[in-house]
Design a protein around this ligand. Structure first.
Ligand code: AMP
Ligand code: MG
Length: 485
């Protein structure tokens, strides 16, 4: 469909008007298209050609309003680094309405009622990061919000002392923008019980439609979210993904990864890796992600107290860790080509040893799995040893791996078939994004577009980018990024 033909549907104004704000997006100066995702266009049936028009740029910039669209921002609350903040909300994101159940939102569209001390803008570097990683996560099969387009501008923004940056806008798509923090906000409003019921019905409509007629539908919504979040975090863990800011306002009620800030795909393996520079205590470290997700779900349970039996919610939450572990083991078995049904206890020992060997070898986590998938035989593992700074630990681990395979009577060639499905050649690391950002700051957007292609096709060959399939240079490994975006 042509851009002109798209019709949006807004369904949020059924809520009390104190829970959102209708407003006009603030346009950026001299907007220009940097990139767009064809895969995301398909979600809303938008013609690719139309993305290259001025009209499309004006649409992302908030100047062109499509039929049926009434822009608005939502109120929410949240626990940020463990502390409750009663009034948050879309401080720079503006919702436009939905097409095909995908809710369109622009991030960086100016001040809203919820901007607090912020300027309502998003800088180019963080917008490039969110744009590319959204599509990368989807290509890996990790549930996520999506990104349709990225525009840049000459609009100046100031984040760190002495540095002038330019503003950008990402158009994001999601089946739902409701967060745990939205429930926290609604649970403290004047007609909280009615508002909570209305919000829960809304979430069920968006994300759990099969529960619509269930008697205990609010409780079941919670159970479903626990299941989804456990699977989501298991995928993060198995691929070494760190969200970086797992505040309750950044946790989706649809069980998706949302709000990409100082995230990272881990370079060399480090159990207690911290990717967020602000997170000095490591609250959101790699190893803590499952505990934090569980804690956030506990916050949600307390917010649902008025409309659910909280005892039931809490006792279901007790299944979270075992669900997360089960889902994690399933992926890890595949990543090593092991048959889960054969001898899973032994496999678990092998994973634990693998992680500690990778850590002491200083081995690039995702490259390890890719190189394993490429090995001709287990008798020559030099390609993997050459990636390691210290080789002994991983050498020792391979002995155990070989023994287990022998014991289970497995064939390495067959095992590789399983591995190929889950071990991509390319994982988008922070240093790659940083290279694209440096070029973009100089007005060259080729690498942003190349990275998008790699992100969307991580299992394919990308001839000109062999170097991105290799371990991250150690000087760029596991760096911490700042939250300021
Ligand atoms: P985050 O941790 O990035 O998800 O942001 C936390 C809260 O701060 C959200 O309510 C955001 O809308 C808001 N926020 C972040 N950056 C800005 C900004 N530059 N201007 C206004 N609000 C912002
Ligand atoms: Mg957020």
């Amino acid at each position: 469909m042509k851009l002109e033909e798209l019709k949006l549907d807004v369904d949020y104004f059924e809520f009390d008007e104190t829970l959102y704000q209708k407003l006009k997006p603030q346009a950026l100066n001299n907007p220009h298209l940097i990139s767009y995702s064809k895969a995301a266009c398909d979600l809303i049936n938008l013609d690719y050609d139309d993305c290259q028009t001025d009209d499309f740029v004006n649409f992302v910039n908030g100047e062109k309003v499509l039929e049926g669209s009434t822009p608005y921002s939502m109120a929410y609350a949240g626990h940020q680094f463990g502390y409750f903040v009663p009034q948050l909300g879309d401080g720079r994101a503006i919702n436009l309405g939905s097409i095909n159940h995908w809710h369109l939102q622009t991030k960086g569209s100016g001040l809203t009622r919820y901007s607090r001390q912020g300027d309502g803008k998003a800088v180019l570097r963080s917008s490039i990061r969110e744009f590319i990683i959204s599509e990368a996560m989807d290509a890996l099969g990790i549930p996520t919000t999506r990104a349709l387009a990225l525009i840049g501008s000459s609009h100046k923004v100031y984040r760190s002392y002495g540095e002038v940056e330019t503003a950008a806008i990402v158009m994001r798509l999601s089946p739902s923008w409701i967060r745990i923090g939205t429930f926290e906000f609604f649970s403290r409003t004047k007609n909280s019980k009615d508002n909570l019921k209305q919000l829960a019905n809304y979430v069920i409509k968006q994300s759990y439609p099969n529960l619509k007629d269930e008697q205990n539908k609010y409780e079941m919504m919670y159970f479903n979210l626990v299941d989804k979040t456990a699977k989501l975090v298991a995928q993060w863990q198995a691929y070494g993904f760190m969200h970086g800011v797992m505040n309750t306002d950044n946790m989706s009620m649809a069980g998706l990864t949302i709000d990409y800030g100082p995230f990272a795909f881990m370079d060399y393996f480090e159990k207690h890796c911290i990717c967020n520079h602000t997170d000095e205590q490591g609250r959101y470290s790699y190893n803590n992600q499952a505990y934090i997700a569980q804690l956030n779900l506990e916050v949600l349970a307390r917010s649902l107290d008025q409309i659910c039996d909280i005892e039931k919610l809490m006792s279901y939450l007790d299944t979270f860790m075992s669900q997360e572990q089960k889902a994690y083991l399933e992926i890890m078995n595949k990543r090593l080509g092991l048959d889960e049904s054969l001898s899973s206890d032994l496999n678990i020992d092998l994973f634990v040893e693998l992680l500690s060997s990778l850590e002491s070898s200083k081995c690039d986590y995702n490259c390890f799995f890719y190189e394993l998938t490429k090995l001709r035989s287990l008798d020559n593992i030099s390609s993997i040893l050459n990636m390691c700074i210290f080789q002994e630990p991983i050498k020792k681990w391979f002995e155990n791996y070989k023994n287990l395979i022998k014991k289970q009577n497995q064939d390495f060639t067959n095992m590789k078939k399983l591995m190929r499905e889950v071990n991509p050649k390319y994982i988008i690391k922070n240093y790659m994004l940083q290279e694209a950002i440096e070029d973009a700051k100089n007005g060259n957007f080729k690498l942003v577009n190349d990275l998008l292609k790699i992100a969307q096709n991580p299992f394919l060959e990308h001839k000109d980018f062999e170097r991105y399939s290799k371990p991250t240079p150690i000087e760029f490994s596991n760096l911490r990024l700042s939250c300021s975006s």
